[in-house]
Ligand binder design. Structure first.
Ligand code: CP
Ligand code: NVA
Length: 308
């Protein structure tokens, strides 16, 4: 690869046109796949995937996506690598860049991800840090638009913890101009970095504490686990976040056509009830499927491969 590699680290690294082009490519790849048409622009390309933490959707959807595009993957666990014996991320990135064509990582520290991507001479894709989960939000946007049309101007409610998935939604609200209202308890209110991005998003993002007010008239209600990877105060989180459960009575306050999303894995009975996640407004399985299609588009973008 010549020149600077194209990394996919955070939604706010991109402008509307770039993200819209990726979503269009994702839609196109999805409908072509359903018709049995599998473009293979990544033949002979190898993606290394480094997982410092657990994953079901991210690891399988990247692996399958890469294969569908004609490429191959190498699955690496941080524990099995010399990373666990103090080889630095930047040294690791330099070495991997000599072997593989791109790297996808699930590394909790966003600063570590930046260190790795700064040293890599191949594209790096963020498969989740404590700060951001941009691939997830691309799948969420694709899912909303498939069901309800353009996200621009839509009323989106986030209910629960203020975490990495929310952070990427805040960035998306700014770029796609949807009206995001966040209801989160004071005890788990956004950290400084997220607060800065909420302020930057201006009128697009509103931060409150009342989940009922947030959901009122919403077109989309989103929640996520109350305990993200790396959180330690599990019992306290479950206690404080209890009023933020998305259940039938909360969903009843949203628009009657509102969708429900959750990036999964769900903790049924905590942040969401069975009735909601298994109910008619839930699109969580489409959302999970769309990780595959959105990430195929991100991979094609990273490799500079045309798919439309
Ligand atoms: N939503 C998501 O990233 O799922 P995994 O943790 O299973 O990859
Ligand atoms: N917020 C969750 C997302 C899991 C996909 C976490 O960081 O664990």
């Amino acid at each position: 690869m010549t020149g600077q590699p194209r990394h996919f680290l955070s939604i706010d690294d991109f402008d509307y046109a770039e993200l819209r082009a990726m979503l269009t490519a994702a839609s196109s790849l999805k409908s072509r796949l359903k018709q049995g048409d599998r473009p293979r622009p990544l033949v002979d390309k190898v993606l290394a995937m480094i997982f410092e933490r657990q994953s079901t959707r991210t690891r399988v959807s990247f692996d399958v996506g890469m294969r569908q595009l004609g490429g191959e993957t190498i699955m690496l666990s941080g524990q099995e690598m010399q990373l666990s014996r103090e080889e630095t991320l930047s040294d690791t990135a330099k070495v991997l860049s000599r072997y593989v064509d791109a790297i996808m990582t699930r590394i909790l520290s966003h600063a570590d991800l930046i260190e790795l991507s700064d040293a890599a001479s191949v594209p790096v894709i963020n498969g989740l840090t404590r700060r951001a989960h941009p691939c997830q939000i691309m799948a969420d946007l694709l899912t909303f638009e498939e069901h309800r049309g353009p996200i621009k101007g839509a009323k989106v409610a986030w209910v629960g913890d203020s975490n990495n998935v929310l952070h990427s939604w805040v960035n998306a609200a700014e770029v796609f101009e949807c009206q995001l209202t966040i209801a989160t308890p004071e005890e788990y209110s956004p950290e400084k970095d997220l607060m800065d991005d909420i302020r930057r998003a201006g009128d697009m993002v509103r931060l409150i504490q009342d989940p009922r007010e947030a959901v009122e008239g919403a077109d989309l209600v989103i929640t996520d686990t109350w305990v993200s990877m790396g959180d330690v105060d599990i019992a306290e989180r479950r206690r404080v976040l209890k009023p933020y459960q998305v259940n039938t009575s909360l969903m009843a306050l949203a628009d009657k056509n509102a969708l429900f999303m959750h990036d999964l894995p769900a903790h049924r009975g905590d942040e969401v009830t069975d009735e909601v996640i298994d109910g008619p407004q839930s699109v969580v399985w489409d959302e999970a499927e769309n990780r595959l299609h959105a990430q195929k588009a991100i991979l094609c973008w990273a490799f500079g491969a045309e798919v439309n």
